[in-house]
Design a protein around this ligand. Structure first.
Ligand code: MCN
Length: 794
């Protein structure tokens, strides 16, 4: 066995299970006597619900029950709650209209659930759902933020005048105005951040189960955070106390944010299981996912930078309209505010920043956090703005960034938008990325491409993100209705093997491996002797789950704290057994040693003594070696770095090929470089997808016209360059015990502007200053067709 601790590129333990088909996903679970639920959804973007006639469906073969919103209302079922409250500029709370589990009186987006049919087989439930007779009175709909705030726009909710959820701001508007008055250049950019559909490989699924003898409910669900679901669903929707509700999130095939939220279907199957005394299973098909999983992004922004003669930034002003969809999803309100606007300093010393964010209800699927969540939107805005400033002022784009970077010796660095960065070195990640990407030799490659009739461009993005969420008191003061600590229970068994129970949830991130590596490092136990258990509120202390690249920085830190307690207790047991003072006991490589002697006891000997306490300091110590720790972070972690993208464009078709991509990220101490590389590559694939092809499009009437993979273009293997170079240049996080920052989202945050900057660079002879995502062949072909290229000499 080689080295398996922190820094070892060991293979993922969980892959043996996944690759041999032994994964246990929600849809793989079948409970005795299980029935199947199929949900009939609105095909109207906005309509009054006049009548739902269930008679024919209820009489169909195999049907056990049909329920509508009226049935849930009669049973006092609450609405789907929102977990974050934003306050308006004037201090009043945001509009928070009710989000019914099944529609009552009105439907507000295509996909809004109207009724559920429960039958013995899924096919019977599907057939019967077709027999539901639903009378609608269509209402005018608005799908874009601009349509929804226009005078006379259709109103979605009686308690959200003007379709406004909130009108929020951050920063010092007066300081920004003053700086603009003194600027040499005022550079303005209007830009959109395209709406995305997450599309995890495993669609959402849920099974509700009820034991009438005990009154216990169990929900199996595709969730990233089972305790949060238990809290929200138990307390606010179904009124089931925690001790009577167990939520199990077994293997989950990807989430990317979309499985953070509490969804109506979870409540429907749990409630119906209680009504019918039978387990009820629901599994989404792909088209259902398109219209019921929370979407991501969808911003419409204006950014303005005041720039001094020497190229230094004086002030940034940003106005953003963001689309909330028809209802508030669990964390939706915090995404365009505290995850977006607080990031607008980026890695630059901009002294004054003011951002105004208006969140708007529209007749579309709710929008919430999707890999990166607010931070890709901020990064795209800033890093596009960098290139546009370079374009308008004539300052070189790399020099402009360098000129404005936060200096290496300026940490901790307080930004004008609340965050305090603890560490970073943007100069080094930039220098290394430029070198690895062959930036200096690019003109030769461009000339070579031109000889082949291709347009070649190169672009950079020097990004920064805040993750590892988050200090509970801070987020509480900003409107979170939850704490954001993490928990770990480390159980050393009598013969020295270890089970770790973590509140984080792995759905592709490799925690079963990296968390075992933490144990190998700290307790000297081989990773084969460590099991990591997650995703079951029946087994794990109250944890907060996985999102915001927090599991290592917060969950891993909780593990370190729990293992510190194990070592401290082990020392006392060892001191007793070896008749030494506890102060003389050292612990290293899995052994407790009396300092300066060859007397030692292995961890397994200590754990055996703890569980078989025949010779044990029983007066002062409890038996057992099982410790729990909760860890509340002191700050966010601040990964950053530089992404360089190189593209070639086919003049005839307008299609873009990413020919090279270089990412150099600063993620603090690395636990497993192989997993880190995979995480970055996955994020880059999503970033390249957003930049070049993915786009959720609604027509003017609110129909989702990209509702399947026929129309919604996901990147495929051949869209990702073979020469994807991923490296790290790390500065340590200063406030958690591991020194680690998050890595799960860096790829999706840093890459989209690098790609678009490269595309705009390739098109520079066509007079292009900015291009919104996705840079589709059609868009580029039109630019090439409608512009005469400037001559190279111009
Ligand atoms: N890691 C490491 N060294 C570091 C940082 C992280 O070895 N310095 C390891 C961690 O131990 C963990 C992995 O890298 O095994 C990711 O860690 P972290 O950055 O803490 O992120 P989380 O585990 O909290 O995962 C969440 C993050 C997010 S927010 C999204 S979205 C996302 C992502 O992870 N969704 C994913 N990566 C995903 N990967 C897969 N396959 N599927 C998803 O749904």
């Amino acid at each position: 066995m080689g080295f398996e601790g922190i820094g070892a590129a060991v293979r993922r333990k969980e892959d043996r299970r996944f690759l041999s088909g032994r994964g246990n996903y929600t849809d793989d679970i079948n409970r005795p006597g299980q029935l199947h639920a199929v949900i009939r959804r609105s095909d109207r973007p906005h309509a009054r619900l006049l009548r739902v006639d269930t008679a024919a469906a209820a009489a169909a073969p195999g049907v056990v029950a049909v329920y509508t919103g009226a049935d849930l209302d009669a049973d006092n079922v609450g609405g789907v709650p929102c977990g974050w409250q934003i306050h308006n500029k004037d201090g009043s709370p945001m509009a928070e209209p009710k989000h019914p589990v099944l529609a009552v009186g009105r439907v507000r987006h295509v996909g809004d659930p109207v009724a559920v049919v429960i039958a013995e087989t899924r096919q019977q439930a599907k057939n019967a759902a077709e027999l539901l007779e639903i009378d609608y009175e269509d209402l005018p709909a608005a799908a874009t933020v601009r349509d929804a705030i226009a005078p006379g726009a259709p109103a979605l909710h009686d308690d959200a005048p003007g379709n406004l959820c909130y009108d929020w701001h951050i920063g010092d508007a007066a300081a920004v105005d003053q700086a603009f008055a003194q600027a040499k250049w005022r550079v303005k950019l209007d830009l959109l951040n395209n709406r995305l559909v997450p599309n995890a490989m495993e669609p959402r699924a849920a099974i509700g189960d009820f034991d009438p003898s005990s009154g216990d409910f169990t929900l199996y669900t595709t969730s990233q955070n089972p305790h949060v679901i238990r809290l929200l669903m138990g307390a606010f929707v179904l009124h089931i106390p925690e001790h009577k509700l167990r939520v199990v999130a077994p293997d989950v095939g990807g989430g990317f944010g979309s499985k953070i939220y509490h969804y109506a279907e979870e409540a429907i199957v749990t409630w119906a299981a209680g009504k019918l005394n039978k387990p009820i299973k629901w599994t989404a098909d792909r088209s259902e996912s398109f219209m019921s999983d929370a979407h991501g992004r969808d911003h419409d922004s204006t950014a303005e930078m005041a720039v001094a003669e020497d190229g230094k930034f004086l002030a940034l002003r940003v106005r953003t309209l963001c689309n909330m969809g028809a209802y508030l999803s669990t964390f939706a309100p915090c995404v365009p505010t505290y995850l977006y606007a607080t990031l607008l300093a980026g890695c630059y010393t901009t002294p004054a920043i003011y951002a105004e964010v208006k969140a708007v209800f529209t007749n579309t699927v709710p929008v919430d956090a999707y890999r990166g969540a607010g931070r890709p939107e901020a990064t795209f805005l800033l890093e596009r703005l960098m290139d546009v400033i370079a374009h308008d002022t004539g300052i070189d784009r790399v020099e402009l960034r360098r000129k404005n970077f936060i200096p290496r010796d300026a940490f901790p660095y307080q930004t004008p938008v609340a965050l305090q960065y603890d560490s970073g070195d943007y100069f080094t990640t930039l220098d290394v990325a430029l070198k690895d990407a062959g930036w200096a030799d690019f003109p030769a490659r461009r000339a070579e491409a031109a000889r082949k009739g291709k347009l070649r461009g190169i672009g950079i993005s020097t990004y920064l993100e805040a993750c590892g969420i988050a200090p509970s008191a801070v987020v509480g003061s900003l409107g979170a209705r939850a704490g954001l600590y993490e928990v770990a229970n480390v159980r050393v068994h009598p013969t020295g093997s270890v089970t770790v129970f973590t509140g984080a949830h792995s759905h592709g991130q490799g925690h079963e491996t990296t968390f075992a590596q933490l144990v190998a490092d700290q307790l000297g136990v081989p990773i084969a002797n460590v099991d990591v258990v997650h995703g079951d509120t029946g087994k794990i202390p109250f944890g907060m789950g996985t999102y915001g690249s927090r599991s290592l920085a917060v969950g891993g830190s909780a593990m370190v704290k729990a293992m510190d307690k194990i070592v401290a207790k082990g020392k006392r047991i060892a001191a007793h057994l070896m008749e030494a003072s506890v102060n003389d006991i050292e612990f290293k490589d899995g052994k407790f040693t009396v300092a300066g002697t060859d007397k030692s006891k292995a961890l397994a000997e200590i754990s055996l003594a703890a569980y078989v306490p025949h010779n044990y300091p029983i007066e002062e110590l409890e038996p057992g070696l099982d410790e729990t720790a909760f860890y509340d972070p002191k700050n966010f972690t601040y990964p950053g770095g530089c992404h360089v993208c190189e593209v070639e464009i086919d003049r005839e078709t307008g299609s873009v090929e990413v020919v090279r991509f270089t990412a150099v990220d600063d993620i603090g101490r690395v636990i497993n470089p192989m997993i880190v590389e995979g995480q970055v590559q996955g994020g880059l694939a999503q970033g390249i997808g957003q930049a070049l092809m993915e786009n959720a499009v609604y027509d003017g009437q609110g129909q989702l016209v990209t509702g399947s993979f026929m129309d919604y273009t996901m990147p495929r293997a051949h869209d990702i360059p073979l020469g994807l170079k991923v490296a790290t240049e790390n500065t340590m996080c200063t406030h958690n015990p591991l020194g680690s920052k998050g890595v799960g989202e860096v790829g999706a945050i840093g890459s989209p502007p690098a790609v678009i900057n490269a595309v705009v660079d390739a098109l520079r002879d066509y007079g292009v200053r900015h291009l919104d995502m996705p840079a589709t062949p059609q868009k580029i072909w039109s630019i090439i067709q409608s512009n005469t290229p400037r001559m190279a000499a111009e």
